[in-house]
Ligand binder design. Structure first.
Ligand SMILES: Cc1cc2nc3c(=O)[nH]c(=O)nc-3n(C[C@H](O)[C@H](O)[C@H](O)COP(=O)(O)O)c2cc1C
Length: 192
C-alpha cells in the first residue's frame, strides 16, 4: 500500500490549515493510500543548533521526537505539508522540523549517502493559509522553504494550495471550493 505523510504545522488545532489538511488526507485515503498525520505541536522538536554532529554519520545527535519523524519522511510515497503563514514564512514549529533535516543534507552532500531506500521518490504538496486578502509575495517565502525541504528529501514539489483571506479559526469552513481543492490534491498526489 502506498504511504502518505501529512505534516500539520500550525499550533492552532481546528484552524484553517488543519481543516484543509484533513480534506487532503481524506482525498489521499480515497485514492487508496495509507496516511499518517504528524501533528508537530504535540511533539518535542528542538531547533537545529548547528553543532555539526550530523556531518559524521548523517544522523542528528539531538535525541527528541524528531528521531521518530526522520524514518517517516523517507519511507513514504507522498508528503503533504500544511502551515499557516507567519511573518511571510512557515510556522516556527514547522521550521524547526525542517531545519532538523540538515541531517539529510549532510547525508547527501557531505557523506554522499542515499536519503531514501533504493530509487524510491515521493511527491510533495504544500497547503498554506494566510490572513491577508492579496496573495502577492505572501507565499513566496514558504514556497521556497518547502521546495528546499522537499528537495533534500528527493521529493518532487507536485503543487500547492495557497489560500489568502483566512484569518479566524473557522474561516475556511465556508470555502467549499478550497476544501474540494484540498481533497482533490490529496486524491491526485501520488499520480502527479
Ligand atoms: C504569529 C502570527 C503571524 C502571522 N503572520 C501573518 C502574515 O505574515 N501574513 C498573513 O497574511 N497572515 C499572518 N497571520 C495570520 C495567519 O496566517 C492566518 O490566520 C492563518 O489562516 C492561520 O492558519 P491556522 O488557522 O491553520 O493556524 C499570522 C498569524 C500569527 C498568529
Amino acid at each position: 500500500m502506498k504511504k502518505v505523510v501529512a505534516i500539520f504545522g500550525s499550533p492552532r488545532a481546528g484552524g484553517n490549515s488543519d481543516a484543509l489538511l484533513n480534506y487532503a488526507i481524506h482525498g489521499a485515503m480515497a485514492s487508496g493510500a495509507e496516511v499518517e498525520k504528524i501533528v508537530i505541536r504535540d511533539l518535542q522538536i528542538a531547533p537545529c543548533n548547528s553543532c555539526g554532529g550530523c556531518f559524521e554519520k548523517g544522523e542528528c545527535v539531538i535525541l527528541d521526537d524528531m528521531q521518530q519523524v526522520y524514518f517517516r519522511l523517507v519511507n513514504t510515497d507522498g508528503i503533504i505539508v500544511a502551515s499557516p503563514i507567519y511573518f511571510m514564512g512557515v510556522s516556527a514549529q514547522l521550521k524547526a522540523l525542517i531545519d532538523r533535516c540538515q541531517a539529510f543534507w549532510a547525508r547527501k552532500y557531505i557523506l554522499h549517502l542515499p536519503v531514501r531506500e533504493g530509487a524510491r521518490t515521493a511527491n510533495g504538496f504544500l497547503i498554506a493559509t494566510a490572513a491577508r486578502s492579496t496573495s502577492e509575495e505572501l507565499f513566496t517565502g514558504a514556497v521556497k522553504t518547502i521546495k528546499a525541504f522537499f528537495h533534500v528529501l528527493d521529493t518532487k514539489y507536485a503543487g500547492d494550495l495557497l489560500c489568502c483571506g483566512l484569518e479566524e479559526r473557522g474561516a475556511v469552513s465556508m470555502k467549499h471550493d478550497l476544501l474540494q481543492k484540498a481533497f482533490d490534491a490529496g486524491k491526485q498526489l501520488l499520480t502527479r
